[in-house]
Design a protein around this ligand. Structure first.
Ligand code: CTP
Length: 419
């Protein structure tokens, strides 16, 4: 697993309490560690009935803390008093799973085990992920405790609906690791370079219907657009993701606007860009659509031996429409486009940048086997409005996303104010 920039070198305290979902916290501890975080696990007594401390020790490569009476031996904490040392300098306290009992302690300031003492000592943001029977979760006492924690700025990860160990069905299951990771990233992204900025991102290849069964599309997977959305979220932005693909997991915190055709994407982009700070058009918008959309499936029997001929029409150019809107309203304040080219990459990209009135264009050679469509890596050149070219080495789409988002912060003048 590649390091995740926002988790890299972060000090995360992972509190694990006595729910059957404690076993899922092992995967979370492992993924956080693989992503580059330093994970210090605190287990309550009840948690140790479900999972052994050794398991967490093995996946984090760090001591696991279980008692409030011991002192730190070998964890390299800032002070030997474990609860103070753990809280001091931590970037985030995550309690996953948190039981109704531990939740009540956190809400009321009880301090009778290492986790609850550390929670009082820590000054960092807190994320809790409740996991309990549905009845316990819905109980007014639990809900009041959650409300009290939310009131204090604690992030509460909504449990999932599903089947419990008891066989009952309800809301109270610990969400899967990617969802937990998404919320953790969101909590760490607060105060980032795009805090309070509204960013609209398009992704995927549009589908232009021929009849109720068939459509014309292109090879775009949407991966680069989704990576951009995640990078913008990590920078603290409010992200609207206008997506022509529904195949990828939506980054936690993004508002998804599903669309199909270029026409529908145009409507959505114009609507959501009205008050946006930045628009990033990563979508591969179809340039042509069938002139007529058949109401019923086109049958081959109807055509004898002949194949139908498709007449095509031009689709609207979304960035050209945005150029007009921006000239009239000033929004979006920054506009970034992509240029997918198979030849004369830089000349074509420069021409598009000028024609479409962009602040930045991401030039993408789609003929390279390790870049462009449907792979996890990309090789791009960023070209700014002044014509300066910034080539990036072959890297992951996540890193390309981060590089583009850093440029967006520079364009919006927000990079200096961050944190
Ligand atoms: N784009 C758009 N509306 C379209 C087509 C493309 O807004 N109808 C946007 C894309 O999202 C991208 C940029 O314009 O950000 C360039 O897209 P690209 O397909 O590379 O270029 P085209 O404008 O289609 O030009 P050409 O056909 O010459 O490649």
């Amino acid at each position: 697993m590649e390091h995740i920039t926002i988790l890299d070198d972060k000090r995360i305290i992972l509190g694990v309490t006595g729910s059957i979902a404690a076993y899922k916290a092992v995967d979370l501890a492992s993924k956080l560690t693989q992503a580059g975080a330093r994970v210090d696990v605190i287990m309550t007594g009840a948690a140790q009935r479900f999972v052994a401390p050794l398991t967490f020790q093995a996946v984090t490569g760090r001591p696991v803390y279980t008692s409030m009476w011991g002192t730190d031996t070998g964890g390299g904490l800032p002070t030997h008093i474990a609860h103070v040392g753990l809280g001091e300098g931590a970037d985030l306290l995550v309690v996953a799973p948190v039981t109704a009992n531990s939740l009540a302690k956190l809400a009321h300031g009880l301090a009778d085990d290492l986790l609850s003492v550390t929670a009082l000592a820590a000054r960092c943001p807190v994320v809790v992920a409740p996991a309990m029977d549905g009845g316990m979760y819905e109980h007014p006492t639990t809900q009041a405790n959650l409300a009290a924690l939310r009131e204090r700025g604690v992030t509460v990860i909504e449990p999932a609906r599903g089947r419990f160990a008891s066989g009952l069905v309800g809301r109270g299951r610990l969400p899967e690791t990617p969802v937990l990771l998404g919320h953790i990233r969101r909590a760490l992204g607060r105060g980032g370079s795009l805090e309070n900025m509204k960013v609209v991102i398009t992704a995927g290849g549009t589908r232009e219907p021929i009849d109720p069964v068939r459509y014309i599309t292109n090879r775009s997977s949407g991966k680069q657009g989704y990576a951009l959305a995640q990078a913008a979220l990590d920078a603290g932005a409010c992200v609207t993701l206008i997506s022509a693909t529904q195949q990828l997991p939506v980054p936690v915190g993004a508002v998804l606007v599903p669309v199909e055709s270029a026409e529908a994407m145009l409507d959505a982009v114009l609507t959501y860009s009205r008050d946006a700070d930045a628009l990033i058009m990563a979508a591969a918008v179809a340039d042509f659509r069938p002139a007529e959309i058949a109401q019923h499936k086109i049958k081959k029997a109807d055509q004898d031996d002949e194949a139908p001929t498709l007449a095509l029409r031009r689709t609207p150019d979304i960035l050209m429409a945005i150029k007009t809107q921006r000239a009239a309203t000033g929004h979006p304040r920054a506009v970034i486009g992509f240029a997918a080219e198979s030849h004369d990459l830089l000349e074509n990209a420069q021409a598009k940048l000028r024609r479409k009135g962009l602040d930045l264009i991401v030039a993408n050679d789609i003929t390279a086997p390790d870049a462009g469509f449907n792979v996890d890596t990309n090789r791009v050149v960023l070209i700014d409005a002044g014509g300066a070219q910034h080539p990036l080495d072959l890297t992951s789409k996540a890193r390309v996303g981060e590089a583009v988002i850093a440029r967006v912060a520079a364009l919006l003048g927000t990079e200096e104010e961050a944190r």
